[in-house]
Ligand binder design. Structure first.
Ligand code: SAM
Length: 315
């Protein structure tokens, strides 16, 4: 296994948002290498507790090592954070004082060539965060119809040449299965007109789109963000870091809905919708990384951080 080299994005901004407290109980749904979790545990010492999840066993092993000085104060589950209710029930936790979600892949996953996430390194087409189950990237690339591929490349990758790329994939796989990242990257490259090939690697958007599909990254995200926000105790905060416009829009819309109170027509004498304001949004616009961080950690360039605070008790 290669060393876990993931620099947490906007750690200071996230911790200012979460404001961990000594007696708090925190949930980190995407523990990764434990960068944000480390700060949560450090700043909530000596009594703060942390429940964390990740889909990736290698990430969990790295996080356990990184957090060992806080042994006894944290538990990490190999689970999708969308199954937070089961995880929190198992941990015997009710209301939370803070939630951290840092979505997407880690630099570690991208750097580990054998995982097949990177178009820069040749490897079997896999891209599963949890390689123990589910469809691999090869299954998607070889099994989806041309139309379905074009749609996902367009929607998840905002790839303007989605149709051409999907057509080239469909053509190639009539003679043989596409099994490697290098093969797929070459097909994508060849599908993009020469004059559009100058602005960096051509395969980035398509690889991102396939990864989002393979891992179902957007499926159930709104429900999970909403459910976790409603698990917060009064005054508890949620910080969500996103790296894709569709993810950011989902988080923005969930926060908006929860920050809105009654939506009844103003002419009605009493509320009939029963909706109450649940949170206060602390970031009217998403926070982005400083110039310095963007230079030092290129992954932070596309990051958007949204923070909200619960204004009602969890019951
Ligand atoms: C950007 S990294 C997190 C890095 C971490 N905050 C740190 O500072 O080291 C995202 C991690 O979340 C995991 N992940 C992504 N989606 C997940 C999901 N739905 N459930 C659980 N883990 C997920 C990935 O496997 C990856 O390890």
């Amino acid at each position: 296994m290669i060393a876990f080299t993931h620099k947490p994005v906007m750690p200071e901004e996230c911790m200012q948002g979460l404001a961990p407290e000594e007696s708090g109980v925190y949930f980190d749904g995407t523990v990764g290498g434990g960068g944000h979790s480390y700060e949560i545990l450090r700043r909530s010492s000596p009594g703060g507790r942390l429940i964390a999840t990740d889909l990736d066993e290698n990430a969990i092993a790295a996080a356990r090592q990184r957090l060992q000085e806080f042994a006894g104060r944290f538990r990490i589950y190999k689970s999708n954070f969308k199954r937070y209710a089961e995880v929190l029930a198992d941990a015997g936790v009710g209301g939370l004082d803070g939630v951290m979600l840092d979505l997407g892949v880690s630099s570690f996953q991208l750097d580990e060539a054998s995982r097949g996430f990177s178009y820069l390194k040749d490897a079997p087409l896999d891209m599963r965060m949890d390689p123990s189950g589910g469809l691999s990237a090869a299954d998607v690339v070889n099994g989806y119809s041309e139309e379905r591929l074009a749609k996902l490349l367009w929607e998840y990758g905002e790839e303007r040449f989605a149709k051409r790329i999907a057509a080239a994939i469909a053509k190639r796989r009539t003679s043989r299965r596409i099994e490697s990242t290098a093969e797929l990257a070459a097909i994508i490259e060849a599908s993009i007109p020469a004059k559009f090939r100058q602005n960096g690697p051509c395969a980035r958007k398509s690889f991102q789109a396939i990864r989002i599909e393979v891992n179902g990254e957007l499926d159930g995200l709104a429900e999970a963000v909403k459910g976790l926000t409603l698990r917060l105790n009064k005054g508890g905060r949620i910080c969500v870091l996103t790296f894709h416009s569709l993810e950011d829009r989902i988080v923005k819309n969930v926060f908006r809905e929860l920050a809105e109170g009654c939506i009844c027509d103003k002419s009605l004498p009493v509320c009939v919708c029963g909706r109450k304001q649940e949170i206060k949004i602390l970031t009217k616009k998403p926070v982005t990384a400083s110039e310095r961080e963007r230079e030092e950690n290129p992954r932070s360039k596309s990051a958007k951080l949204r923070i909200a605070e619960r204004i009602r008790e969890y019951s």
